[in-house]
Unconditional design. Structure first.
Length: 197
């Protein structure tokens, strides 16, 4: 089991990044919460990881904190919630926000995540009750703003598509983004727009 990676950040194509560890490049799918906290390319980073081994692939998921990884592991134990949906949940809200939504039995908030219907949201509340507790840490830092190019806009749309939103939803969510926004900030703002809708 690969439990942690420390290496140089080579690529950031949300939700996937590549980390070079002593000459070996690891492709890691990360939550948007973790993505916003990543350093610049070429900088050293450490991620807590969870490895999923399937017949056709070995998939590595990365998290900025042990708490986020533990929340991911709690989510994938629930029937009907796979790694992709768990990643989408933790991209739409932090581990703390999820703990609060579960504690408050906020089915509406949970079902606003793509791939989560009302029944799955109710199952999340039922099965996670008492297993998650907010740490009291809120917010995640964004990057510095700069002029968004067509490629960066595409990266934002692609990140939303990878998280399970359809093209229409992704286009609507990115339509109102400011002219000067980084990819990570753009994804964060677009996710907020989608959560409101």
């Amino acid at each position: 089991m690969i439990g942690r990676l420390t290496g140089t950040l080579l690529e950031k194509l949300p939700p996937q990044i590549t980390v070079d560890v002593n000459g070996v490049g690891y492709d890691v799918d990360v939550t948007m919460t973790t993505f916003y906290q990543l350093p610049a390319l070429g900088q050293k980073t450490t991620l807590y990881t969870h490895l999923v081994i399937r017949e056709d692939a070995h998939l590595l998921y990365g998290f900025g904190s042990r708490e986020e990884r533990e929340t991911f592991r709690q989510l994938i134990r629930i029937t009907g919630v796979g790694a992709k949906i768990a990643l989408a949940i933790l991209s739409g809200m932090t581990a703390d926000e999820l703990a609060v939504a579960v504690a408050q039995e906020d089915v509406k908030r949970l079902s606003s995540v793509p791939g989560i219907g009302k029944k799955t949201a109710e199952r999340l509340v039922l099965e996670l009750r008492g297993k998650l507790s907010p740490s009291g840490l809120a917010g995640s830092p964004g990057g510095l703003p700069f002029v968004t190019t067509a490629d960066e806009k595409n990266d934002i749309v692609n990140a939303l598509l990878a998280l399970g939103y359809n093209e229409k939803e992704a286009a609507a969510a990115t339509k109102t983004l400011p002219a000067e926004v980084s990819v990570s900030d753009g994804v964060r703002l677009a996710l907020k727009n989608l959560m409101k809708g």
